[in-house]
Design a protein around this ligand. Structure first.
Ligand code: PFF
Length: 463
């Protein structure tokens, strides 16, 4: 049973900002610029943009349409359209377990970002360049307090529901995020030596596009648009029938890609201007080591030009920017299991939030202590020739591996189980021009053929 009066976004802008808030995250601000710099600059960018618009936008449309037509989150959606075929319920289950587990590791990352911001604001930027800072930080007891702060912020936002919580939060945080990003880019571009970074970022080098890079660009685009996580199915279920799904999906993708591109104009010129001896090929491709060990050094180096206070201010702005991006993503992903619990057990938002929230916090704590505090979680398992912590395991399985599989499943489900004509009529709602357009023909063909095939290939390649 599902409650009859389902919550809805209050306006088109509200939906776009909330969905863009989900999409714009750590992946855009740090992952994308460094991947692009290391893997051929503009060549990577072109490839990425093709993947976003030719592959990811159709998947986003399929997720939004399935959510809006079923008026349910992912688990309910799979059940609604395939009630008599229990094997499809596995797809629904995966689409709830995956966001739950991604929320677990993303909460930890957000807590670290919050902790770094607090440290910078308390005047500790210089300490961050010590080699031992990060290691000590992730084992500090204060993190437990930060978990409470971040969880409380997300919990309160979700408690207020779709319009007054998610939408209002996005309406405040997203424009602020955008202005902070622009202000930082303008500041960095005026620094001596920044031009070399822009050149490195924008000059295409097609020779770097190996199979691995192509695979990486595809995974990055998919993750960046929050696909395969049940988020767009859930947000679709809150969408007004009069809104255009194709138009909204394109706008969200455009906003997300613009932020990723703009972040490149911040991160790389900053590295070139303040650490001119860096060879971008040697940069770590791990966002974690970039954010928490490399970038603080770059910020500290700014003190030669703008003093310690100025450098701390720029660093604080940057971490606040990343914090906002992370919070809007975290809100969207925790809403998925919350919505699933409300739909499935017919309970109130607050009850669902309490149960899901406690479960996520407890599992996150297992990640928090997996860097040395509790040996059981630090040496949780062994594969790929090494001992893995619980945190690494969650990232490897749920972020690196399962996402493309979930993506392939939703495409196959929508086209072959729910059926193309139903998808068409949902997409035509609020967008009469979509009917019989080239886009409609492309989406129907692509979703039933090469898009799931590519996603399965990415999945196999990662496994
Ligand atoms: N697009 C987000 C990012 O780039 O970080 C993806 C995401 C991750 C969304 C984690 C939500 C989330 F909890």
């Amino acid at each position: 049973m599902v409650s009859t009066s389902r919550e809805q976004f209050g306006s088109k802008l509200g939906f776009i900002l909330a969905a863009a808030g989900s999409a714009v995250g750590i992946g855009n601000l740090v992952g994308f610029p460094v991947n692009a710099a290391k893997n051929g600059g503009a060549a990577f960018l072109i490839l990425y943009a093709i993947f976003v618009f030719a592959i990811c936008v159709p998947v986003m449309m399929a997720e939004l349409a399935a959510g809006r037509a079923s008026q349910r989150g992912p688990f309910g959606c799979y059940r609604h359209f395939a009630d008599a075929k229990p094997w499809w319920h596995i797809g629904g289950l995966l689409a709830v377990i995956t966001p739950f587990m991604i929320a677990v590791f993303y909460l930890v990352l957000t807590v670290w970002i919050f902790g770094y911001l607090a440290a910078i604001v308390s005047g500790n930027l210089s300490a961050m360049s010590d080699a031992s800072f990060f290691g000590d930080f992730i084992n500090g007891k204060i993190l437990f307090l930060y978990v409470v702060f971040v969880a409380a912020f997300v919990g309160v936002t979700l408690h207020f529901g779709v319009q007054k919580g998610i939408e209002r939060g996005a309406k405040i945080m997203m424009p602020t995020l955008f202005f902070m990003l622009i202000a930082l880019v303008v500041f960095i571009l005026f620094q001596e030596g920044a031009g070399a970074g822009v050149k490195y970022y924008l000059i295409p080098d097609f020779s770097k596009l190996t199979t691995e890079v192509v695979n990486g660009a595809m995974s990055q685009a998919f993750f960046s648009l929050s696909l395969g996580m049940g988020i767009m199915i859930t947000y679709g279920s809150y969408m007004d029938k009069r809104e255009s799904i194709p138009g909204s999906a394109r706008l969200v993708a455009l906003a997300d890609t613009t932020v990723a591109f703009t972040a490149g104009l911040l991160v790389l010129p900053a590295i070139f201007a303040f650490n001119p001896n860096t060879n971008p090929d040697d940069l770590s491709s791990s966002s974690v080591s970039l954010i928490f060990t490399f970038l603080p050094k770059i910020f500290l180096a700014m003190q030669a030009a703008i003093g310690y206070f100025g450098a701390s201010l720029v660093a604080a702005l940057f971490f606040l920017l990343v914090l906002f991006a992370a919070l809007t993503s975290l809100i969207s992903i925790i809403e998925v299991p919350v919505c699933a619990a409300m739909d499935q057990f017919c309970i109130t938002r607050n009850k669902a939030l309490l149960v899901v929230g406690i479960a996520i916090i407890i599992t996150s704590l297992a990640c928090v202590v997996s860097f040395g505090m509790v040996p059981f979680f630090t040496e949780f398992t062994q594969y790929g020739g090494g001992v893995k912590s619980f945190f690494d395991l969650v990232i490897d399985v749920f972020y690196d591996t399962i996402l493309p599989l979930n993506g392939a499943l939703i495409c196959i489900f929508v086209v072959y189980q729910w059926k193309k004509h139903n998808l068409d009529s949902e997409l035509e709602q609020g967008d009469p021009e979509y009917k019989s357009s080239i886009m409609e023909r492309y989406i129907n063909f692509a979703l039933g053929t090469f898009i799931p095939a590519i996603l399965v290939l990415v999945f196999i390649n990662t496994v």
